[in-house]
Design a binder for this molecule. Sequence first.
Ligand code: CMP
Length: 131
Amino acid sequence: MIKPDAVANGHIGGILDQIIKAGFSIKAMKLTSLSAEKAGEFYAVHKERPFYGDLVKFMSGGPIVAAILEKDNAVEEFRKLIGATDPKKADEGTIRNRFAESIEANAVHGSDSDENAAIEGSFFFSAFERV
Ligand code: CMP
């Protein structure tokens, strides 16, 4: 997912360019937005964390781009490409190093396991919306 900060700052093209150059194929993609309820559902795993309320507000505050990406070992490869959650700790040249503003407004989200990638893909896309 490309988060509201990166969409608002005009980074959709730059981020997709870096993703495609890193060898990922796009299997589904849409520009959309999350209601507070849907953002809360998406991040339900973080419900007990102190940042949950702010995160839900931020994620429902503007358009996002959702995508399903494919590559060998995609989850790990994508996490390497985006860098650490906190952009101050993200390696030089990673997407968060280049495009993120803060730990909350951190430009992109990547699934943390194959299982969650399947769940999160189905959260945004029906079978008809995937190639
Ligand atoms: P993401 O990979 O989308 O998963 C959960 C998000 O919570 C994370 O990226 C951050 O944007 C956000 N977040 C906000 N504050 C924190 C924090 N203190 N620690 C970890 N994640 C945070």
